[in-house]
Design a protein around this ligand. Structure first.
Ligand code: SAM
Ligand code: DTB
Ligand code: SF4
Length: 340
């Protein structure tokens, strides 16, 4: 979908927008289900990158202390607990610029993925930059989906991060897609961007070919000590508008109401589900920040007559549309090619 269409959709009167989004949602997701995903930070803090929102960057003094990569036995314990609590996707995050084949840390991650993939849950990882070979090995080890967000518009990205580029993000996404992993890719609201930036981000996401399997919409959780720690909380109506517009623009993707739910009323969350959100992070913690308590979430879903979605661990990546060029494409995004 292109920017003018997204602008028109987003700027309708609020009720027209959520009504349109609801119709698209019911057509593609008639089951009244919400996917429950549990996050675990398997390597916390000490990250070389300077993402201005992140508690885990080594460049800022935050409450997060750097830790080493978790052992596979500990990770398995947490994955088993997540499954016992009803989670169907287990998402493991690492505070790294990226991973490289042949390194001890990457081999350790592959072992963790092999173990977790035996549990019947969808396995998601978010490890930063990937090349072709790393993506292939993760796929073979049992990863279902790779999370790598574009976070904001191409224009606003350099105002938030200087240690890597928007195009670097797109290249990693291409490598994950080429390896046959589903891509989980979305962004954050509240980084000092305009509504135009939010819609330009959505324009990029909606032009992915194949489309992203899931789109996390995070609301900035301002972290003291980071450059964006003093930013205002995102207002609920613009979050709901963004979710509705995402549902309309990418009908078959799961739209995940992600970080920032601790700041949302249950009524605002209900409107997000009405407008097309059908996935949440579930469990008392995100990576380092707080999330609503699991029993409160289950009570909310029950109140709304929503049930937990079943896992689909063998989930194939979405099919590409053969009538459109593959996007992101390395040559296109890098100008001169990425050398991969
Ligand atoms: N290091 C990997 C990367 O950057 O892709 C994975 C972890 S990173 C923490 C995953 C995503 O979490 C970011 O892309 C961003 O969208 C989201 N995120 C991080 N800090 C956040 C915050 N303070 N508030 C909201 N979302 C946040
Ligand atoms: C995503 O889009 N949001 C998740 C997940 N992908 C990895 C992470 C949210 C992080 C919130 C801040 C924290 O816990 O440090
Ligand atoms: Fe590192 Fe990811 Fe945080 Fe950026 S968002 S500082 S890459 S952990």
């Amino acid at each position: 979908m292109n920017y003018p269409d997204l602008h028109r959709i987003y700027n309708q009167p609020f009720f027209n927008l959520i009504k349109q989004a609801r119709a698209v949602h019911e057509e593609h997701w008639p089951e009244n289900e919400v996917q429950l995903c549990t996050l675990l930070s398997i390597k916390t803090g000490g990250c070389s990158e300077d993402c201005g929102y992140c508690a885990q960057s080594a460049r800022y003094t935050t409450e997060v202390k750097a830790e080493k990569l978790m052992e596979r036995e500990q990770v398995m314990e947490r994955a088993l607990a997540a499954r016992a609590n009803g989670s169907t996707r287990f998402c493991m995050g690492a505070a790294w610029k990226g991973v490289r084949s042949g390194t001890q840390k990457f081999n350790q991650v592959l072992d963790i993925v092999r173990d977790v993939s035996t549990l019947g849950m969808e396995v998601c990882v978010t490890l930063g930059e990937l090349g072709e070979s790393e993506a292939q090995q993760l796929k073979e080890a049992g990863v279902t989906a790779y999370n790598h967000n574009i976070d904001t518009s191409p224009e606003h990205y350099p105002n938030v991060v200087s240690t890597h580029t928007f195009d670097d993000r797109l290249k990693t996404i291409r490598h994950a897609q080429d390896a046959g992993m589903s891509v989980c890719c979305g962004g954050i609201l509240g980084l000092g961007e305009t509504i135009e930036d939010r819609l330009k981000m959505l324009e990029v996401l909606s032009n992915f070919n194949p489309h992203p399997e899931s789109v996390p919409i995070n609301a900035l959780m301002p972290i003291q000590g980071t450059p964006l720690g003093g930013n205002e909380q995102v207002d609920s109506f613009s979050l709901i508008r963004m979710i509705a517009t995402t549902r309309i623009a990418i009908p078959r993707a799961k739209v995940r109401l992600s970080a920032g739910r601790t700041n949302l009323s249950q009524e605002a969350q209900a409107l997000c589900f009405f407008a097309g959100a059908n996935s949440i992070f579930y469990g008392d913690k995100l990576l380092t920040a707080a999330n609503p308590r699991a029993n409160e979430d289950l009570a909310l879903l029950d109140q709304l007559g929503l049930s937990a979605q079943r896992p689909d661990p063998s989930m194939a990546a979405p099919d590409a549309d053969q009538n459109r060029p593959a996007y992101p494409e390395c040559e296109v995004v890098a100008g001169a090619g990425c050398g991969c």
